[in-house]
Design a protein around this ligand. Structure first.
Ligand code: HDE
Length: 705
């Protein structure tokens, strides 16, 4: 008699107690069906000890409706492992996405370094690159206003080189001593545990207002750099000066720069805010999808090389990480490219467990005395000991070098290796194959005389906090300056403590008096707060147009995504023609329709959709188009999701290709078509408009500070 368990569990016999064949079928029925559907040859499920499992649906009970038994080693092992699935998230840069790829050198730096990764042209060095936000937790969204981490692990033939940088070339503070304070101030406030992933709150700006050295980085943070369009359109910087050492032991200073092949692109602030609701994983998804379709993200690596003597002539100290070296002063030399072409197989095993450390450098690369870098050399190994649970994390596949490695380090938690032999010390004479140090190949430090006086001091050469902040602000285009001023108004408007707002505006006076006035106006201040006393006169450094974004956006649709809105009755030919023209110039096209099943076109064919209108707002696209019948246009003009689709695209300065049927929706959204609104039949006109944003439109759609 076949028994089907009822809601009250009517089976009378325990399924694990040698069930009758009919009972076994009943209990395993579902799983069996699933396996058949999936097809293929499935290995037998086992415990971690390799014991085959007969039933993965039911725990062991004393009777069908009786208590569970402690004896159930299968359940206990499964639950115990699950209970320990999480590891501590990174203290900073917790939210990140990563990909595998390679670095290929195109110009040798042989004259300056012995590092093979920088001297062997054409060799492809494997890399694993992780991008991150800084302030938010691992589960926070991808698109807050925040600095982005840009970490590259090069698996070189002489050991791993980790270039652990950011998408901004300077940092908030000059000395590692202040890092815990900075991070405490920017993360959620300790009593209320908000805001998540946002610097717009009192503690961050309180810290800033009392630490004028933050002012240069604050300018970058308030610029559009911190609201990137995608990870593929961000620059990356090693930030600190490093040293290159050649065979003769001579040193050259170096700064590293990554430049995206697609050019640098950002979002506009209102768009970034709405993206946080539209797609929490906007950047991760974009990276994944681009790799999946073979559109591999690529960056050029460039270096700025300079000597100690060059550095003495700079009007700032290059060892101060709040300063950059304008490329107008020391030009960038391209030396290679990085291509990311493989998504990790497993997020936890690779992206979560990867452990970057700025102290990982191969022979031929060395550190400078930048006091922030010196502190970082300690911090990363230390944090990884607790985050990854012990000293053997370098054996985790994603962290292990891809070149041979041998040492006498032994034992410890999670030791994966089984060393052979009696010798675990050096020197030794009992075995002929034990590792020995090598003068010829080993790592050498730059030898430098140091006749200073020990002490806790800030060098006087670090005292100028405003000149480069001024240089950055004044180098921006007028629109970028307006974005920056508006970002300051937005952030400071979230600060409830009046004296903090005033103190920040006081500092801005040293950066640029007009900026301070604009922010004061935006905050509704009745009078301009006084500028704080400063020991150093602020210099008017030569401007650096290379620091802009808007002018440098590449006029291309490559790497950009266009959404086409269709509905029942749309003209299939118009959609196909537009799609073909867009794809020809490298754009990705996605079809959006009121229903995800697609739209029944005028000719009766079904066009499947990539996204449903209500769940795919226009913020996720770089430009939008629509092909709608007048009837559907009239229906959608009463649909908020459709009206918002166009109103937001217009407000976010995107090109719009709107057919006649769409006019009713534009009217419902109060949109007055401008040069960036074209007919979808004019594919070339749309392509030209979609290659950039409609910057002229901005003053008409929002008031900027
Ligand atoms: Fe980090 N930083 N940092 N940082 N940092 C970490 O290391 C630290 C700094 C950066 O994708 C932590 O493994 C100190 C500058 C990135 O996994 C931690 C100081 C720059 C990442 C740490 C700095 C960075 C980190 C947290 C001041 C740009 C993510 C987890 C002395 C050049 C790496 C971890 C990844 C991560 C410490 C300053 C970039 C706590 C003490 C400057 C991209 O060790």
């Amino acid at each position: 008699m076949a028994r089907t368990p009822t809601a009250r569990g009517a089976a009378t016999k325990s399924p694990s107690a040698a069930p009758s064949s009919t009972q076994a079928d009943t209990y395993r029925g579902n799983a069996g069906e699933l396996q058949q559907q999936a097809g293929g040859k499935h290995p037998v499920l086992t415990t971690q000890q390799g014991i085959p499992v007969a039933d993965n649906q039911n725990s062991l009970r004393s009777s069908p409706r009786g208590p569970g038994l402690l004896e159930d080693f299968i359940l206990r092992e499964k639950i115990t492992h699950f209970d320990h699935e999480r590891i501590p998230e990174r203290i900073v840069h917790a939210r990140g996405s990563a990909a595998h790829g390679f670095f290929e050198l195109t110009h040798s730096l042989k004259q300056h370094t012995t590092a093979k990764v920088l001297t062997e042209i054409g060799v492809q060095t494997p890399v694993f690159t992780r991008f991150s936000t800084v302030a938010g937790g691992a589960g926070s969204v991808d698109t807050p206003r925040d600095v982005r981490g840009f970490s590259v692990k090069f698996y070189t033939p002489e050991g791993n080189w980790d270039l652990v940088g950011n998408n901004i070339p300077v940092f908030f503070i000059q000395d590692a001593m202040k890092f815990p304070d900075l991070v405490h101030a920017v993360k959620m406030e300790p009593d209320r545990a908000f805001p998540q992933a946002a610097s717009a709150h009192d503690t961050f700006w309180d810290f800033v207002s009392l630490m004028p050295e933050t002012m240069h980085m604050v300018m970058w943070q308030m610029s559009d750099r911190t609201i990137p369009r995608s990870l593929r359109t961000m620059e990356g910087f090693g930030v600190h000066s490093f040293r290159l050492l050649n065979a003769a032991g001579e040193s050259t200073f170096v700064k590293f720069h990554w430049r995206p092949k697609l050019g640098i692109q950002s979002t506009v602030w209102d768009e970034a805010l709405k993206l946080q609701a539209a797609d929490n994983d906007f950047h991760r998804r974009d990276l994944f999808e681009s790799i999946e379709r073979g559109d591999f993200p690529e960056w050029e690596l460039s270096v700025q090389l300079f000597t100690e003597e060059d550095a003495e002539r700079f009007p700032f100290d290059h060892l101060d990480p709040t300063k950059l070296i304008p490329e107008e002063l020391i030009p960038l030399q391209p030396i290679g490219r990085m291509v990311l072409n493989r998504w990790p197989d497993n997020f936890f095993a690779e992206t979560e467990q990867v452990a970057y450390c700025p102290a990982n450098v191969p022979p031929g690369i060395d550190f400078s005395n930048d006091p922030l870098l010196q502190g970082r050399l300690f911090s990363y190994l230390d944090t990884q000991l607790s985050r990854l649970g012990g000293p053997n994390f370098a054996q985790i596949p994603i962290n292990a070098p891809k070149c041979p490695f041998h040492n006498m380090q032994r034992d410890g938690h999670m030791q994966m290796q089984v060393p052979k032999g009696r010798v675990n010390y050096e020197p030794s004479s009992l075995q002929g194959d034990t590792p020995r140090a090598s003068q010829a190949q080993g790592f050498r430090h730059f030898t430098q005389a140091d006749d200073g006086v020990k002490g806790r001091v800030r060098p006087e050469s670090f005292a100028d906090h405003y000149s480069q902040a001024r240089m950055f602000f004044r180098s921006q285009s007028p629109l970028e300056q307006a974005h920056l001023a508006s970002a300051l108004v937005f952030e400071l408007s979230k600060v409830t403590t009046v004296h903090v707002r005033e103190a920040v505006v006081g500092h801005l006076q040293h950066v640029d008096a007009e900026l301070a006035q604009r922010v004061a106006n935006g905050l509704g201040m009745q009078a301009l707060p006084p500028a704080p006393h400063t020991t150093e006169p602020v210099q008017d450094l030569p401007l650096s147009p290379a620091l802009r974004i808007i002018d440098r956006m590449k006029p291309t649709l490559q790497g950009r995504c266009i959404g086409i809105l269709v509905a029942d009755g749309s003209n299939g030919m118009s959609v196909a023609n537009l799609r073909k023209a867009l794809e020809k110039v490298g754009a990705t096209v996605k079809i959006v329709s009121p229903k995800v099943g697609g739209a029944l076109l005028k000719d009766g064919t079904l066009l499947p959709a990539d996204g449903q209108l209500a769940g795919t707002p226009s913020v996720v696209f770089d430009a939008v188009a629509s092909v709608l019948s007048p009837d559907m246009g009239a229906v959608l003009a009463k649909e908020a999701a459709a009206v918002d689709w166009f109103r937001d695209a217009f407000g976010h300065l995107k090109a719009i290709a709107a057919c006649k049927g769409t006019r009713a929706i534009l009217e419902a959204g109060g949109i007055e078509p401008d040069a960036g609104v074209v007919d979808p039949a004019d594919a070339q006109g749309f392509i030209a408009a979609a290659q950039t944003r409609q910057w002229d439109r901005e003053p008409k759609v929002r008031t900027l500070a």
